[in-house]
Design a protein around this ligand. Structure first.
Ligand SMILES: Cc1cc2nc3c(=O)[nH]c(=O)nc-3n(C[C@H](O)[C@H](O)[C@H](O)COP(=O)(O)OP(=O)(O)OC[C@H]3O[C@@H](n4cnc5c(N)ncnc54)[C@H](O)[C@@H]3O)c2cc1C
Length: 589
């Protein structure tokens, strides 16, 4: 894709804005659909509506577009997708529904779950056919509870393909960059598909060449760009969606929050948007889609809804600052209802806090290393409290429970020298990355003895010695009698490939020892606005509010607050965006 068209679109967006500003004080309809929010949900709804021939305007509150989606790994969970069929992986809608029914239990909204399962493969096929997304199957990435009925040992999760950020032209600088601590050398992205090469680069020529090529491209980029233009993960997903939106003539206005809905005769007929200190009325022929990314940046809502915060414990949110629950507030202002009867109000993940030169800290999510050989996690009493190879959404509630009577909810991920040189420890990547700067900043602690490490962290030293001693004996034979680490396909997927006999278990016996402190965080919120199977907002009687849709994390999670597999927020966000776009095309007022 060339950047000429995106340059043109930049001008088009400005022309549109001028036209709308001149019309905004009249009662003329300005477009068919107004979309608030530029993450996966917003773009999917916008592009689907546009493919159906509708005029769409997207507005984004922040100066950068992409939302949490741009921070994410961009993985989507799509049961019954066509990539599976090509790879010979059997999967059915019925199996997936069995899994969700079993796992989500009485919190499952069956109609919405069925709508998701029915439309998700069609969404992916259409978007791939149109070049709007590009995904590769992760055939061994198992569902997170792979032994439950209907679960699959791999193939429902797909990873976004790389994208060349230069195709964004002038928009590249407005794409929300990834979380700083998750990049290397001033903005080089490292994707899920790069990680095995990073872990093997000192032992495999092929991997060393792969990493060498990444570095060379990054060095060239840094001559002309503020960061690397080889985009992976959620940045690649958003950039591809955005280029497609721009090329199809969808204007995206930054710094333009939607602030109020306009309702007439029971229909939502538009909204007020603030832009350049003006309040513009954007009237729509079909409706408004709220895709504002839930409430992870609303201290007020989190204080009311996250139980560990209610109990006075700390929390460090990952999503960007604009996700303050605007979509929830707006939907409720016209009769929408808030669904907080979910298993968990958010998608949890443990984070460590990486000190920055200016004295601030940036959270780093711990997705992978916890479950690899020669790592364990302990509370301040020096006790293990969870099977560390289970998902991040399982880890955090277990950590909070282990700290129930304590002032803080916190834990330490502990590893030995060989392990951290091979797999890293949080923001400290594997060798040859230097350990010293992370020790100097106090991000990680190190000691030649387990006792010394415990004392440096404030952990009960006698108990930690006992815990590691008890772990190491059976670990030499690949066993973990306390938590059975490595006992299912998802845990083994997170382990060290080829490590025998158990890819998740080895003793911690190569000093020095290291630890990093982790605290609760979230990837996004699960509690949200009640919707029906068309992504329409429904009132307390279950009746749709005509003209109003919510998708992504503004809508209550179709997973009922559980985390069945990788990609269970962005997969549904894009699917319900697709459903909303199609429903809008058939809607009239
Ligand atoms: C590190 C990390 C990794 C993750 N990896 C994955 C993954 O691989 N797969 C997965 O499924 N999930 C993942 N998640 C979670 C996932 O990123 C989010 O659940 C998802 O991106 C939410 O999409 P969304 O479209 O609802 O919102 P967002 O992508 O957050 O977009 C919402 C946008 O709306 C804007 N907005 C807010 N208020 C207004 C307003 N009033 N007017 C206009 N705009 C407004 C915001 O500024 C924001 O840009 C990850 C999260 C993190 C932090």
């Amino acid at each position: 894709m060339d950047s000429f068209q995106t340059n043109d679109q930049f001008r088009l967006g400005t022309q549109w804005a001028k036209r709308v500003m001149s019309m905004a004080h009249s009662s003329q309809d300005i477009c068919d659909v107004l979309i608030a929010g530029s993450g996966a949900g917003g773009f999917a709804a916008a592009l689907t509506a546009r493919l159906q021939g509708l005029d769409v305007i997207m507005v984004e509150k922040e100066p950068l577009f992409g939302g949490t989606t741009a921070y994410s790994a961009g993985v989507i969970w799509i049961p019954g997708n066509s990539h599976q069929r090509l790879a010979g992986i059997a999967d059915t809608r019925e199996d997936a529904l069995t899994y969700l029914t079993h796992h989500v239990g009485n919190r499952l909204d069956r109609a919405n779950a069925e709508a998701f399962l029915d439309s998700a493969p069609a969404m992916l096929d259409l978007f791939e056919r149109e070049g709007i997304v590009s995904y590769t199957l992760a055939p061994t990435w198992a569902d997170y509870h792979p032994d439950e009925p209907g679960a699959l040992q791999g193939g429902r999760s797909l990873v976004p393909d790389d994208f060349d950020g230069r195709a964004l032209g002038p928009w590249f600088n407005q794409l929300r960059p990834p979380i700083k601590t998750m990049t290397a050398f001033g903005g080089m992205m490292v994707g899920r598909n790069d990680l095995p090469h990073v872990f093997r680069m000192t032992r495999s020529l092929g991997s060393a060449l792969h990493v060498g090529r990444m570095l060379a491209r990054h060095a060239r980029d840094r001559v002309r760009y503020s960061r690397g233009t080889r985009l992976v993960n959620g940045n690649a997903l958003v950039a591809r969606l955005a280029v497609n939106a721009f090329q199809r003539g969808i204007p995206l206005w930054l710094n333009s929050p939607i602030v109020e809905l306009v309702r007439e005769g029971g229909h939502v007929v538009g909204a007020f948007v603030e832009r350049e200190r003006q309040r513009l009325q954007i009237r729509t022929r079909r409706g408004v889609v709220l895709a504002c990314g839930g409430f992870p940046a609303s201290d007020d809502l989190k204080r009311r809804i996250y139980r560990h915060i209610v109990a006075g414990k700390g929390h460090a949110s990952l999503p960007p600052p604009g996700n303050t629950g605007d979509g929830l507030r707006l939907a409720q202002s016209v009769g929408g209802t808030f669904q907080d009867e979910v298993h968990q109000p958010a998608a949890w993940a443990p984070v460590s806090l990486v000190p920055q030169p200016d004295g601030s800290v940036i959270p780093f999510p711990h997705f992978f290393e916890r479950g690899k050989p020669s790592y364990i996690s302990v509370d301040r009493r020096g006790r293990r409290f969870v099977n560390e190879a289970k998902s991040y959404h399982v880890f955090v509630p277990a950590m909070i429970e282990a700290c129930r009577g304590d002032q803080h909810a916190q834990a330490w991920i502990v590893a030995d020298h060989r392990a951290i040189r091979r797999f890293g420890l949080g923001a400290l990547g594997p060798a040859p990355m230097r350990v010293q700067p992370f020790l100097r900043s106090n991000y990680i602690k190190r000691s030649d003895t387990v006792r010394g490490l415990a004392e440096a962290c404030g952990i009960d030293a006698t108990r930690l010695e006992r815990t590691i001693g008890a772990f190491n004996g059976p670990a030499r034979h690949g066993e973990d009698p306390e938590f059975q680490r490595g006992s299912d396909a998802y845990q083994r997927f997170n382990g060290a490939p080829g490590h025998k006999p158990n890819p998740c278990v080895a003793p911690l016996d190569r000093p020095p020892f290291y630890a990093v402190r982790v605290v609760p965080s979230e990837l996004g919120t699960f509690a949200g606005i009640r919707t029906n199977a068309n992504a329409q907002v429904i009132d307390s009687a279950g009746r749709p509010i005509p003209g109003l849709y919510t998708v992504g994390n503004d809508a209550a999670s179709v997973m009922g607050g559980t985390y069945p597999g990788a990609g269970i927020t962005i997969g549904p966000a894009m699917t319900f965006g697709f459903i909303a776009g199609r429903h809008l095309a058939g809607a009239s007022r």
